[in-house]
Design a protein around this ligand. Structure first.
Ligand code: ZN
Length: 235
């Protein structure tokens, strides 16, 4: 079974946690994709952290780099849909969920420009909280992206191809959801379904003590599968 491992929210805001997660992956021979946020919550712009950027650039020699939103925080506050998406589903992290196509395109373009100026390659785009409004997919297709994903699928935007895919992650922002997602993670390992599976690690997972063992267990399991790059996941 093909398994893809990634570290989300790669930002100077989580420098210690990102390198801790990298160590856990590397100890098992896994080179995870890095989901880079240009300016996390408007308080961690990449250009202000040159040593961190240098480290990410060095890692990009043998790790995939994905653009992962711009601020990683919703700026839309209006309407019932916005309240459901932000407060209930994603705790305010679904940056793209209530934006127009034009607003999505601007943020994607701004993120690309910042990463390009920092000499960071972009291998794909993953929207924060995997929230993919229809217009965003069109934006990615028009910009020639070869890879994106949401909760249930992995996609090649420039050709429109889509494959079902399971994502295993820990919802560490809430203790209840951390427990239910841990159970889901164990179930996924137990069943080892023959589908493209994504293991997504978040820096905040490390703040929940019981998740440390779960992450180790999940990575041990992943290392025993066929660890794949995202580009081979959509091959
Ligand atoms: Zn994220």
């Amino acid at each position: 079974m093909k398994v893809h491992v990634s570290i989300h929210d790669v930002s100077p805001a989580y420098e210690v946690e990102v390198f801790h997660l990298l160590d856990l992956c590397h100890a098992r021979g896994i080179k995870p994709a890095l989901l880079v946020v240009p300016n996390f919550h408007e308080r961690a712009p990449l250009p202000d952290a040159p040593a961190f950027v240098d480290a990410v650039r060095l890692l990009s020699l043998d790790h995939e780099l994905f653009l992962h939103g711009y601020y990683h925080r919703s700026t839309a506050q209006e309407g019932v849909r916005a309240i459901i998406d932000q407060r209930i589903v994603s705790a305010g992290e679904a940056e793209f969920s209530n934006l127009t196509i034009g607003e999505c395109a601007k943020l994607v373009g701004d993120g690309e420009r910042m990463l390009r100026e920092l000499d960071l390659r972009i291998d794909g785009f993953v929207p924060p909280a995997w929230t993919m409004p229809q217009g965003l997919l069109e934006v990615l297709a028009a910009r020639g992206y070869a890879y994106t994903e949401d909760h249930l699928t992995v996609r090649r935007p420039k050709t429109g191809e889509t494959w079902p895919s399971l994502v295993v992650n820990f919802a560490s922002r809430s203790r209840t959801r951390a427990i239910t997602t841990t159970l889901f993670s164990r179930l996924s390992m137990l069943l080892s379904l023959d589908v493209r599976t994504r293991v997504a690690l978040h820096p905040t997972d490390l703040r929940v003590p019981f998740l440390h063992d779960e992450i180790a267990r999940l990575l041990d399991w992943a290392a025993a599968q066929e660890v794949s790059t995202a580009s081979r996941l959509v091959d």
